[in-house]
Design a protein around this ligand. Structure first.
Ligand SMILES: [Zn+2]
Length: 251
């Protein structure tokens, strides 16, 4: 039973990883490295945002005002800009066509707030233009909601079956379900990078931001994008870990 728990939980994987060979150990080291990089990126993102939250936006426009201007300039007229409570809760909601801006963005008159507001508008413009990766990502949402709910149970069931002398098929199905989450985080990458690109392109071409102030916005969005990159790498490493574990058991 202990062995089952070790297999089911990556954090208990050290002993079974060492026991089953280098590839499991390798993927655990990989996951640990990604976790450390993720921590550094998150800390850097917070410090960059804290710094540029103190730099006033030229002309004193709020995040909400900048967002409204960007949508207007891009001929997107069916999206409302609303205020949502919390920190880092900013998002575009295609269901009710709203760009939701958080406390520190909606009424803030800073470069950091404008960068976030424009990034969310980037998603609204992607939606309006039918940007393919966004369409694919939206299609994956219900799939991943389902697969992530049942994946752990399928893998536990598969491991129990293997422990009693059964085959690995159920385990591989479980890994396939986990791989859907990895696929989702990979498809998220072009969506996030492109939203930031649209934000910076507009800030530059509309001359809303120039020179060093534009570079502050660029730096903020770059660090935000890196968190998605780390999330995708982490999801891939998790899949590799399970693959190494089950394929070793298969020998
Ligand atoms: Zn985004």
């Amino acid at each position: 039973m202990l062995d089952l728990l070790q297999l089911a939980d990556p954090y208990y994987g050290y002993s079974s990883g060492i026991a089953t060979g280098i590839s499991s150990t390798g993927s655990i080291i990989l996951m640990a490295v990604i976790a450390i990089v993720g921590y550094i990126v998150q800390a850097r993102l917070q410090s960059v945002f804290a710094k540029y939250s103190q730099v006033p936006f030229p002309g004193g426009m709020t995040g909400a005002e900048v967002a409204a201007k960007m949508l207007r300039d891009n001929n997107v007229h069916n999206v409302k800009i609303t205020h949502v409570s919390g920190q880092l809760t900013d998002h575009f909601n295609p269901a009710n066509m709203t760009v939701n801006l958080s406390d520190s963005v909606y009424s803030s008159r800073s470069i950091a707030a404008a960068a976030v507001a424009c990034h969310e508008c980037g998603h609204a413009i992607q939606h309006a233009r039918g940007y393919a990766p966004l369409v694919m990502r939206s299609a994956l949402v219900p799939v991943v909601n389902f697969s992530s709910k049942i994946a752990t149970w399928v893998i536990i069931g598969g491991i129990a079956l293997m422990a009693t002398g059964g085959g690995t098929t159920i385990c591989w199905i479980g890994i396939g379900l986990i791989a859907m989450s990895a696929l989702f985080s990979i498809v998220t990458l072009p969506v996030e990078y492109n939203a930031s690109e649209r934000a910076l392109e507009w800030l530059e071409s509309s001359r809303t931001l120039q020179g060093v102030q534009l570079s502050y916005a660029r730096e903020s969005l770059r660090w935000a994008a890196r968190t998605y990159l780390v999330a995708a790498l982490s999801a891939i490493a998790t899949v590799l870990y399970y693959v190494s574990l089950i394929s070793r058991r298969n020998d």
